[in-house]
Design a protein around this ligand. Structure first.
Ligand SMILES: C[S@@+](CC[C@H](N)C(=O)[O-])C[C@H]1O[C@@H](n2cnc3c(N)ncnc32)[C@H](O)[C@@H]1O
Length: 268
């Protein structure tokens, strides 16, 4: 608790992002990782595997851009640093593990950027969704990775807007637009794009000795246009959120969306 509090006080983060809860969430993820290191290991390994495949398919090169780099636990840093001249780790806030990676690997750069280009407006209560263009025409980029980011994009904006009186349905429309715009943004790159994202959350509850499972969308019902390898991320084993239920995320890993199999029309 004391470590979390100190981290919260000492991590640089713009005021509007603090107000929207991003720093609190980042501190929370770090603590959850410490508590569930073993349960998270298979998901992190599958993410590494997908990114290693993406590096191989891209052939390496000048610059790799990682969107939602976060704590860098799901990134094979040795492989990224060896394959590219520059590794850009993009996030809203850079927690200690990312800052440590930037010290350890001289070619790793930390870039603070809101990939939705919408959060300043949302912080002021305006539901204006940006249309990011950054990096699209940058000839030095050889690979783009969206790393366990897509499903996270709407969470803080929706809860922030709801707390300020926006109707749930309206806030959900904003959240859905943030997801759709990120998919569209990734689709516009002419270079390989690796996408790892959770697509569903599966809750298993113990009720009077029986197990009940129910599944909810992690992408506000947005369908990905591509399919890839799927696995489960045991994100909240029983006891983390509540002692009666656990949460698993169904995750998909796609090394390069431009050559991925399209999802069947019925799923879109
Ligand atoms: C679940 S974490 C991703 C996991 C991360 N790759 C790791 O290993 O820790 C989601 C990350 O997305 C970042 N994020 C959320 N919304 C963002 C936005 N609009 N722009 C940039 N990063 C964002 C969060 O700060 C967080 O670090």
């Amino acid at each position: 608790m004391l470590i979390e509090w100190l981290t919260y006080l000492t991590t640089p983060c713009p005021r509007h992002l603090r107000a929207m809860g991003y720093l609190r969430e980042a501190v929370g993820i770090e603590s959850r990782y410490r508590r569930h290191r073993r349960a998270w290991a298979p998901h992190l390994e599958k993410s590494h595997e997908t990114i290693r495949k993406a590096i191989e398919m891209s052939g390496g090169g000048e610059t790799v851009v990682v969107l939602g780099a976060g704590l860098v636990y799901d990134l094979p840093m040795d492989a990224l640093s060896a394959a590219f001249k520059t590794v850009q780790l993009i996030d809203l806030v850079h927690m200690r593990p990312a800052r440590r990676a930037a010290r350890r690997y001289p070619n790793v750069k930390l870039v603070a950027w809101d990939v939705t280009e919408s959060l300043e407006a949302i912080a002021e209560g305006r539901a204006e969704i940006g249309k990011p263009e950054r990096y699209l025409d940058d000839p030095s980029i050889s690979l783009v990775i969206s790393a366990n980011l897509l499903s996270q994009l709407p969470i803080s904006p929706m809860s922030y807007l709801e707390k300020r009186g926006m109707r749930d349905e309206e806030a959900e429309e904003v959240g859905r637009a943030l997801i759709d715009r990120h998919i569209e943004y990734l689709s516009r790159f002419a270079v390989p794009v690796c996408l790892i994202t959770d697509i569903e959350r599966e809750m298993t509850a113990l009720k009077e000795g029986d197990e009940w499972a129910y599944v909810v969308t992690a992408l506000l019902d947005a369908e990905l246009p591509w399919v890839g390898q799927e696995w489960f991320w045991d994100i909240a084993p029983r006891g983390e959120v509540d002692k009666t239920y656990s949460v698993k995320n169904r995750v998909v890993g796609i090394p390069d969306i431009s050559v991925a199999e399209p999802s069947p029309p019925s799923q879109r």
